[in-house]
Design a protein around this ligand. Structure first.
Ligand code: AHR
Length: 515
């Protein structure tokens, strides 16, 4: 009798254990000779004259003796950004760009007029950080500048003059003025945005009207700068405004337009965006639901572009993206200032995987905004500076810069409240390394994963893990290292499989060597 009871209990135990065990999520990685290169420009950033992004953030002024700086830009920020190898930086906005008159920001500072920053708190902009400051900073960082030009309240002539000022190496009124202002050599700026959100803060235009305006501006932009070919970026759609993309692709001759933009923020309710730190599970779910829509938006905008441009001459640029929450109220001049948590790690990891996987058409993206604003990589408080969890994602993912995509397929992705839990992208670089980035958005469940890597000849796997106990965990000025990457030793390589368990709300980047 006793034996029978033992057998029954043991059987039941095994049954329960077995039936509760999560079977591995199967992911196959298959090399494809036709796969695109993941442009490093997908890892671009965005600096806007907004809140404490430029002033009291990046730029503390040439005369500042308290905070070590180079030409007024904080040295600690320069060092941190250099470690990210930031490929490009968009400036001066955003909505600010369509109120900005660049000529007010060059020449002796004491002669520069002020302006009112009408979109962002009505603060007085003294124009002390202007074109020279920005372009010289890009040089220091080794980043390509991306200038966002004023179409909403500017003129064609103003834009032509800016191109000539920054790029012309011969004798011309603008090039001569640049030399007078202390810069002999042109900066040779390639990336130019022709207006920003022209459907909204950039002029409330219809797609049809903007397409015509765009044609006019774009016509006069090339031809001023010798060998530097300008790359013209049309102000793009918001989220699922497919009509906008379709109109531009249809109405603008493709030889006038190198790229079309797209803006998409992870905002689930514009009138109540929720707190950046003290959010509950419901808000987390809604943020992730919104963040994962990037996959759908990018796919559908690309479908339209493929229809009008099957050769792929016009690129898609997601030049504003990120999580956007209610601003932290206690921060002085903290317009749109928000903290950054493990939720932001989940957003950044999944969105960047989407961009990598669509690298055939997505050639650039810009995370909004670099310092002290939305999904910032850096936060400052007077002399203090911290790196946010999103900074660490950008650092871990830089292995994908200009590497060749290795397409991945996830079989039967489990769901968290209807959302796919696992996100993956992979690439191989020219130094013989393969990298796999994976994100588990489930707030509570660890997920076993098995990669089928047949034919890739991978050896020596190692990895890094970014997570923390709670979704709300973040780095603060008192605890700046709470969320930082740790070594991950849990990946096992056996024959043609890599198996591991990715903890709940975690991001892992694996590195292997390939033959
Ligand atoms: O990133 C904040 C604002 O969001 C930008 O200025 C604008 O382009 C967008 O609406």
């Amino acid at each position: 009798m006793k034996i029978l009871k033992y057998v029954t209990i043991t059987t039941a135990f095994f049954f329960i254990t077995f039936s509760n065990a999560q079977s591995s999520i199967k992911v196959s990685l298959m090399e494809d000779a036709e796969a695109p290169i993941v442009s490093k420009h997908i890892y671009g950033h965005f600096a806007e004259h907004l809140g404490r992004c430029i002033y009291e953030g990046l730029y503390v002024g040439e005369e500042n003796k308290l905070i070590p700086n180079t030409a007024g830009v904080r040295n600690d920020i320069i060092e941190a950004l250099k470690e990210l190898d930031i490929p490009n930086l968009r400036w001066p906005g955003g909505c600010f760009a369509d109120t900005y008159h660049w000529k007010d920001g060059v020449g002796p500072k004491e002669d520069r007029p002020t302006m009112v920053n009408r979109w962002w708190g009505g603060t007085t902009e003294d124009n002390s950080f202007g074109t020279h400051n920005f372009l010289n900073l890009c040089e220091v960082l080794g980043a390509e500048p991306y200038l966002s030009a004023n179409v909403g309240s500017g003129t064609v002539q103003e834009l032509i003059d800016w191109v000539q000022y920054t790029n012309h190496d011969g004798i011309s009124p603008m090039a001569d003025w640049r030399r007078e202002n202390g810069r002999e050599e042109p900066w040779k700026v390639k990336y130019w945005g022709v207006g920003n959100e022209t459907w909204g803060c950039g002029g409330n235009m219809t797609a049809e009207y903007y397409a015509d305006i765009y044609r006019q501006y774009a016509t006069f932009m090339p031809g001023w700068s010798g060998e530097t070919e300008v790359y013209r970026i049309a102000s793009g759609a918001s989220e699922d405004d497919y009509h906008w993309t379709e109109t531009l692709m249809k109405n603008v001759p493709h030889e006038l337009m190198e790229a079309v933009a797209l803006h998409d923020y992870a905002v689930f309710d514009w009138s109540d965006k929720g707190p950046s730190v003290n959010f509950d599970e419901e808000v987390y779910f809604k943020s992730m639901e919104q963040a994962l829509k990037m996959e759908e938006y990018v796919t559908k905008h690309i479908e339209i572009m493929d229809k009008y441009d099957p050769e792929g001459n016009v690129d898609l640029l997601v030049d504003e993206w990120g999580g956007w929450y209610d601003a932290e109220e206690e921060v002085k001049n903290g317009v749109l200032f928000q903290q950054n948590t493990i939720r932001d790690v989940m957003i950044a990891g999944t969105v960047l995987n989407t961009f990598n996987n669509h690298a055939r058409r997505v050639k650039m993206a810009n995370l909004a905004q670099m310092v002290n604003v939305l999904q910032a990589v850096i936060l400052t408080d007077e002399e203090k500076m911290i790196k946010t969890p999103t900074y660490h994602v950008m650092h871990m993912y830089k292995v994908h810069h200009d590497a060749k995509l290795v397409p991945s397929t996830i079989k039967e992705n489990p769901q968290y409240r209807g959302l796919p839990v696992l996100s993956v992208s992979a690439s191989k670089d020219e130094t013989g390394k393969i990298h796999i980035s994976l994100v588990n958005i489930d707030p509570e469940k660890d997920m076993p994963v098995e990669f089928d890597i047949a034919g890739l000849g991978i050896k020596n796997i190692k990895g890094q893990l970014l997570t923390s106990d709670k979704l709300q965990d973040h780095n603060s000025f008192d605890e700046p290292e709470k969320v930082t990457p740790k070594e991950f030793k849990g990946a096992k390589l056996k024959k043609d499989k890599i198996s591991l368990t990715i903890p709940a709300h975690s991001l892992i980047v694996l590195q292997g060597e390939y033959k």
